[in-house]
Structure formats: structure tokens, C-alpha cells
Design a protein around this ligand. Structure first.
Ligand code: OXD
Ligand code: MN
Length: 636
């Protein structure tokens, strides 16, 4: 086999303390390269042509093959034929089974010990610890970001990755986050020994060789994933689901745009385009390049008059982002169309000063329990074909089943980690511009969480800065889907706590710096669909009725007068301004109230949180917002 001469270009000298796995010294590289050449010479390429890969991808693949020692290489092209081939193999093996009631829908089960996202084993690796975490108060564990030193990472990688793909195939997945070649899009290449990951990445990202054509003048994010169970396997594999839960490690090296994931085959741990790339790594790229990578849905809302507004909304996991993105308005004449349900990449345009957003993903990876024709008919319509269901139950008729699918709730199938992966293009209300490479112009940003007490249905923040402060104070009641058990209200600043890619104080500063002359800053709102009465009943019906809140928001954007009442925390709707036509029994006073006692306590708690967690990294303008708000609350 002949080797591209670029493959023989020596690497830069090993910077002290960096992983021995990537930073190979020049001399060593030639030696290793010889081995690589030899190994690849013997290593079957099951599919694809190694020589057609761009030199930098060749080098990446060769190096990692040398490290992980798979039995062969399979270069994915993302075609339907490829997917069928892999599905057939997995069905034969018993890992996937067809859900006979639908076209091309499959079900599988993970090893129950493999969970979709493990925050405690997810790390950011930077030379300087404070590039990752804030200078927290003495003895306080950082809640945002989990730091590991490059030296420690080297040790962790060295004890996991050498030979970890023995006996398995290494799939090479070239993918684009965002439309291929778009100005806001980015390229990744994921190596994995899981064919389930190949199938899921094909739904969740754009897998195609076309990405190689745009790689010439840009770099790519290197994603290395292994289930961590080389053959021969010495332990029992449960549900045909190889994994290594005791050895899970998800590590990001933002400066190198690199992700290492070991031991888990599920969700955000293994579909590296999603949380690892599109949020943790991308937020670093965004900081460097002056844009935003956020945990936000994107929706287009058209009023009866025909005018459309685009809104981005950040809610912590399991607060109904997918439901809001696909909302079916109960108000006549309104239309909602979905651009994205989980992640937004946004950049201010030099031409018109507006903030443009793309959805970097190509599919929905939704939480199954609670998704039904009643709660989200559009999601249900989306996953009628070409979808993968993980950890859901199957009925005798070959249908999927989970808690909350029908009105009647049966406990037996409940699994907090059951998910569907479905192509976004199948969503009946997918926005015609969802793949517009330029993105859609955002008029408003909404923050929200599950807040059983004290927090009104909606309020408008006073300014971009006050909006950032409000986002920094975001909290939500935790759910069973997360590692954190129990029903407590937890901080989840900007809905990014599990996905923070760098020092949260610097992240806030980045948001502050985005406000510049000539830019049209979106207005920032806070919503809470989950407020409860003293009797523990939800005060707001939610779902399709949330359009009434969006109606008010759009009226505010339009500058309609007399519909807002200023409070210490922002502007809430006046009682008459919320359209409640046809909706009985809403206790508006209770729903909109801003109780002094609650907010005074909250102000103390928030101050404590920001002081101990962000410490001296808290930007002065945000500290000022905090002090101003506390003063307004005390003056109530
Ligand atoms: C998700 C999450 O899977 O936020 O989207 O956990
Ligand atoms: Mn999410």
C-alpha cells in the first residue's frame, strides 16, 4: 500500500505534559508511522478507500488504529444502503429487533448499567485548571465543569485505549454539524467500535463523504469512541450491548478540538456530535470565533396575521424543550414550526446585525416517557419510520410502548433512560428553513425551568445584561432521568451546567461581549410552565396552551403598550394582556405573583451560589445586576 506523503510529515514536538497518545515526538512518529504503514497494509479496510481521505484524516485514522488495534477499518459513507447493511447484521446478532408495526423502526436495549450521560465521569482537559472551572470559594466543589490535567488524562487514556478495539471493527464516521459547508457548520470525524453508534450518528448528524471536500481549509473535531470491551470478551455481555461501565471516561481537550470517550455506548456519552462536540467543544470554538453554542431549541412562530418570529429557548434537560419546539398551538390561526429541539449555534450577522441560528443536528434524540399523541403529536409522527428506540418496551403487536404513551399509565415499562432517535426531516412541522446554512434570525431568547414555587409564568428581563444574569440564575427541579435523584431545585445556569465547555465566568463575559453597537440584541425572557398551587396542582395547563405566553412575548417584541407590569425581577403580563380565551379556571394572580418573601430568600441563595461557585470570575456587570436585583427585591 502506498502512503500519502503528508502522512509522513513529522508531528510537532511533544509539548510537556500532553497526552503521549497524540503528541508523538518527531522521531517516534516516523517509527510509529512505519508500523502504521505496515499495520494498515495488513489491516483489512472493509469499506471505503483510505487513500481518498484527506491527509489529516488519514493520519488521524492511522494513528488511532495503531493505538486501538481493531481487526479492520470501515469508512462510513452515510448512505441508506450502508445503514441497511449494518441493521441487518445487528438484527441477525439479536442486538436490534424490528418494530413490526412500523417501517424501518428498530428497538434495542442497553446493558442497564450503561446510562445515557454520566456527569461524574465527564471531564474537560486544559493546562490551566481555571480555563475549565471557576475560582470557587475555599473547599467548594465546582458545579460547572469538571477539570482534569493533561498528565492525568494521559494516564487515564494509557490505561484504557491501547488495544481497546481488538477483535472489533473501527468505523470511521465523517460528519457535519449543520448543513455541509455552511458558514456556521463544523466538521467532525468519529472513530467508534459500536455499530449502534454508527446508526445513531447517521440519524443525529449529517454523515457523508462530502465533508471531506470542505475539510481543505478547515480543521475537524477528532472524536474517539470505544465501548471499551476488546475481544475475546471475558465477561457476560448483557442485551448484546458491549460496554465497560466501571471504566467510563468522557474527556474533552478543547484546545486540540478532541474528544475521548470510553466504556459507554449510549446517548451523549457515545454520540459525540451532540453534547460533547456541539456544546462542550463548540462553546470553546464559539468563544474564540465570536459566536454562541447553546443548549437551546429553535422555533418559528407564525401569528394569524402571517408574520413569523424565531425564538430560541434554553431549558435544562427533561423540561420539555422538544415539546415546546413542536408545540401545537391551541389559539386559532397560529402556527409553530420546528428548527431544532436541543442545540443552537448562533452568530450575529455583519450585514443586518441580527442573531442567526442553525440547528447543528439532523435528528431528535428525545426522552420517550411522557411523549404521546397528546403531549407531542409531532414528535410521535416523526418517529413512525426510520427511527431507533432504546430501552423502551414492545407490545405483542410490534409497537413501542412507554409510560405516558397513552392516558392510562402502566408502570411496567418505565425506564428513565428510554429514548428515541428520529430524523428531523420527518417532523411534519419541520421548518422549511431548518437546513438553511445561513440560519434563521432570532428575535427572543427564553430561559426556563421547572419551578414549583415563587416564579411567575413569564417575565421579560430589563436588558441584555439583566437577561444574562437571569440565565445565570436558572434553576430547575431535577428529574429521575438525571444522575441526581430526588426532587430538589438545582442550579443549572443557562441550562448548560452539564455541558459547560469552559470557565463559567468567562462564558458570562463572552455573552456580555456579544452586545456591540450595530447589533440587534434579542430580548430575553424567563418562563415557568410548572408553578404549583398550595395544594400541589399545576397552575398552568402547559403544552399547546403555551402559545398564549408566546403571544404575549411577541406583543412585547412589537412594542405593544400597557401589557406589562414591572416587578423586581422583570416585567410580567398585566392580567388582561394574556389571551385566556377558552381557557377556564386559571388562577392568574397566583400564577403571576412575585412573592417578596420567596424572592428575598432566593436573592440570598443566588448570591451565595454565584459568590461561592463563580467567585472572582463573576464579571462585574453581572455582580452589579445581582446587587441591583437584590435591592429591588428588598424595596418591594
Ligand atoms: C439531552 C439532555 O439528551 O439534555 O438532550 O440530556
Ligand atoms: Mn439536551
Amino acid at each position: 500500500m502506498s502512503v500519502d506523503p503528508n502522512l509522513l510529515t513529522p508531528f510537532k514536538k511533544t509539548p510537556a505534559g500532553e497526552s503521549s497518545l497524540r503528541e508523538i515526538s518527531a522521531d517516534a512518529y516516523y517509527v510509529i508511522n512505519e508500523v502504521v504503514v505496515k499495520r494498515l497494509g495488513h489491516l483489512p479496510i472493509y469499506k471505503g478507500d483510505f487513500h481518498l481521505l484527506p491527509p489529516k484524516v488519514q493520519r488521524f485514522v492511522a494513528e488511532k488504529a495503531e493505538l486501538m488495534r481493531p481487526r479492520g477499518i470501515y469508512i462510513c459513507d452515510g448512505t441508506e444502503h450502508e445503514s441497511e447493511e449494518i441493521v441487518d447484521k445487528l438484527v441477525e446478532r439479536g442486538m436490534l429487533s424490528p418494530l413490526k408495526a412500523y417501517h424501518n423502526n428498530y428497538i434495542c436495549r442497553t446493558d442497564p448499567k450503561d446510562v445515557a450521560r454520566v456527569e461524574s465521569k465527564t471531564w474537560m482537559v486544559t493546562n490551566d485548571k481555571y480555563d475549565t472551572v471557576c475560582r470557587t470559594a475555599e473547599g467548594v466543589e465546582p458545579l460547572m465543569g469538571h477539570w482534569m490535567s493533561p498528565n492525568d488524562l494521559s494516564t487515564e487514556l494509557d490505561s484504557r485505549f491501547p488495544g481497546c478495539m481488538a477483535g472489533r471493527i473501527m468505523y470511521v464516521i465523517p460528519f457535519s454539524m449543520g448543513p455541509v459547508g455552511g458558514p456556521l457548520s463544523k466538521i467532525g470525524v468519529q472513530l467508534t467500535d459500536s455499530n449502534y453508534v454508527v446508526l445513531s450518528m447517521r440519524i443525529m448528524t449529517r454523515v457523508t463523504h462530502e465533508v471531506f471536500d470542505v475539510l481543505g481549509n478547515s480543521d475537524f473535531t477528532r472524536c474517539i469512541h470505544s465501548v471499551g470491551l476488546p475481544r475475546p470478551v471475558k465477561q457476560r455481555v448483557i442485551n448484546h450491548w458491549p460496554c465497560n461501565p466501571d471504566r467510563v471516561l468522557i474527556a474533552h481537550r478543547p484546545p486540540e478540538r478532541e474528544i475521548w470517550s470510553f466504556g459507554s455506548g449510549y446517548g451523549g456519552n457515545s454520540l459525540l456530535g451532540k453534547k460533547c462536540f456541539a456544546l462542550r467543544i463548540a462553546s470553546n470554538i464559539a468563544k474564540d470565533e465570536g459566536w454562541m453554542a447553546e443548549h437551546m431549541l429553535i422555533m418559528g412562530v407564525t401569528r394569524p396575521c402571517g408574520q413569523e418570529h424565531f425564538i430560541a429557548a434554553a431549558f435544562p434537560s427533561a423540561c420539555g424543550k422538544t415539546n415546546l419546539a413542536m408545540l401545537e398551538p391551541t389559539l386559532p390561526g397560529w402556527k409553530v414550526r420546528c428548527v431544532g429541539d436541543d442545540i443552537a449555534w448562533m452568530k450575529f450577522s455583519k450585514e443586518d446585525g441580527r442573531l442567526y441560528a442553525i440547528n447543528p443536528e439532523a435528528g431528535f434524540f428525545g426522552v420517550a416517557p411522557g411523549t404521546s399523541k397528546k403531549t407531542n403529536p409531532m414528535a410521535v409522527a416523526t418517529f413512525q419510520a426510520n427511527s431507533i428506540f432504546t430501552n423502551v418496551a414492545e407490545t405483542a403487536d410490534g409497537e413501542y410502548y412507554w409510560e405516558g404513551l397513552e392516558d392510562e399509565v402502566k408502570d411496567k415499562s418505565y425506564h428513565p433512560n428510554s429514548r428515541f432517535a428520529a430524523p428531523a426531516r420527518q417532523c411534519p412541522i419541520i421548518h422549511p428553513k431548518w437546513e438553511d446554512p445561513q440560519g434563521v434570525p432570532i428575535d427572543a431568547i427564553i430561559f426556563g425551568g421547572r419551578r414549583p414555587a415563587g416564579v411567575p409564568l413569564v417575565f421579560e428581563t430589563n436588558s441584555w445584561l439583566h437577561g444574562i444574569y437571569t440565565g445565570a440564575c436558572l434553576k430547575s427541579e431535577t428529574t429521575a432521568a438525571a444522575e441526581h435523584k430526588g426532587k430538589s431545585v438545582m442550579h443549572d445556569p443557562m441550562a448548560m451546567r452539564p455541558f459547560m465547555g469552559y470557565n463559567f465566568g468567562k462564558y458570562l463575559q463572552h455573552w456580555i461581549d456579544l452586545e456591540q453597537p450595530g447589533r440587534i440584541m434579542p430580548k430575553i425572557y424567563h418562563v415557568n410552565w410548572f408553578r404549583k398551587s398550595a395544594e400541589g396542582k399545576f397552575l398552568w395547563p402547559g403544552y399547546g396552551e403555551n402559545i398564549r405566553v408566546i403571544d404575549w412575548i411577541i406583543k412585547r417584541l412589537d412594542g405593544v403598550e400597557g401589557i406589562g407590569k414591572e416587578t423586581a425581577i422583570g416585567t410580567v403580563p398585566t392580567p388582561e394582556s394574556l389571551n385566556l380565551d377558552g381557557l377556564d379556571g386559571v388562577k392568574l394572580d397566583e400564577l403571576m405573583s412575585v412573592p417578596k418573601e420567596y424572592w428575598a430568600e432566593d436573592a440570598v441563595e443566588v448570591k451565595n451560589f454565584l459568590t461561592t461557585q463563580v467567585g472572582e470570575d463573576l464579571p462585574a456587570p453581572i455582580r452589579n445586576e445581582m446587587e441591583q436585583q437584590e435591592k429591588r427585591i428588598n424595596d418591594m
